[in-house]
Design a protein around this ligand. Structure first.
Ligand code: NDP
Length: 290
């Protein structure tokens, strides 16, 4: 039976370190500040924004929550971003995705001051990730996955990591991060996606599998070799009449069967999710320090 990688417990440990660093910064007169911008009323986005705001407050960070109506124009949003760029009490800015359809998200991200881009989506930060330049910001979910591995003493160095998914939020930056030439990288990375041939054959050769495709319980025991480490990024709703909400959350990995074969595995929920928000707080602190 696989060892459970407890994302909540590891995130708690991260917060202990962050609290100490926040205390040090405050003693020097700097309160790290994060602004989260939400356009429209997508309920899932609203919930994410609430939890980020709550975490900021718990840590004693300065939190700015900007909730704009769905009718906000591109020009108005750009203006608000520029104001936040100029606001010296705001060190990190996050534009909650996805914005309404009439908004050109890429243009908004490009308008961010890259030094405040704690999501790591600005082209300058993407370039820094490719260039192994540690001064840039790395997207929070990939950073959280790496931290889960290092805190669990799982060797990344020299390992074959197979990443399922090539999105700009998870798969692609994670692949770049784990192949960086440093002690928390040095992996041999393979990325598979919806067009990959012989996917199961490739995943079976992995020491570490990271699933980020958004397909409920897609990764089965047959995809995994005995003793591999499995990190499940997926968050999928599946109907469940027995649940009060009418649905339950499952990952991209069929947990019950895969956990019998893997040496370590993350649960959903309680695996990667809590780390993503912890890394957002860590990036905000990094922005304030810089
Ligand atoms: P996207 O939809 O942007 O990307 C999905 C990727 O998976 C694409 O590259 C796609 O391939 C690939 N894919 C889809 N179906 C298959 C398949 N059948 N076989 C192989 N590859 C496939 O998703 P995200 O990266 O944004 O998110 C992935 C999952 O992670 C979602 O469940 C999301 O909810 C979750 N998530 C969780 C976070 C957390 O904090 N825990 C944070 C962010 C996301 P192609 O490129 O060819 O289309």
């Amino acid at each position: 039976m696989a060892k459970l990688i407890d994302g909540r417990a590891i995130a708690k440990k991260v917060y202990v370190d962050l609290r100490r660093e926040i205390g040090e910064l405050k003693a020097r007169g700097v309160t790290p500040g994060l602004a989260v911008v939400l356009v429209g009323d997508n309920p899932a986005s609203r919930a994410y924004v609430r939890s980020k705001d709550k975490m900021c407050r718990e840590l004693g960070l300065h939190s700015v929550k900007l909730e704009l109506p769905a009718s906000t124009t591109q020009k108005e949003l750009l203006e608000r971003v520029k104001e936040l760029n100029r606001n010296s009490s705001v060190h990190g800015i996050l534009i909650q995705s996805p914005p309404p359809e009439h908004i050109d998200e890429a243009a908004i991200v490009r308008a961010l001051d890259p030094r405040k881009d704690v999501d790591g989506f600005h082209p300058e930060n993407v370039a820094k990730l490719v260039l192994d330049d540690a001064s840039g910001f790395v997207p929070c979910t990939p950073l959280g996955v790496q931290r889960l591995l290092t805190e669990s003493k799982i060797e990344i160095n020299g390992a074959h990591v197979v990443v399922l998914g090539r999105s700009m939020i998870v798969g692609k930056p994670l692949a770049l991060l784990l192949m960086q030439k440093n002690r928390n990288g040095n992996a041999t990375v393979t990325v598979v996606h919806s067009r990959s041939r012989d996917l199961a054959e490739i995943t079976r050769s992995a020491d570490i599998i990271v699933a980020a495709i958004g397909r409920a319980e897609f990764v089965k025991a047959d995809h995994v070799r005995e003793g591999a480490v499995v990190i499940d990024v997926g968050i999928n709703r599946v109907e469940d009449a027995a649940s009060e909400r009418g649905y339950r959350l499952v990952g991209d990995v069929a947990f019950d069967e895969v956990s019998k074969k893997a040496s370590a595995i993350t649960p959903v929920p309680g695996g990667v999710g809590p780390m993503t928000i912890a890394m957002l707080m860590a990036n905000t602190l990094k922005a304030a320090r810089q």
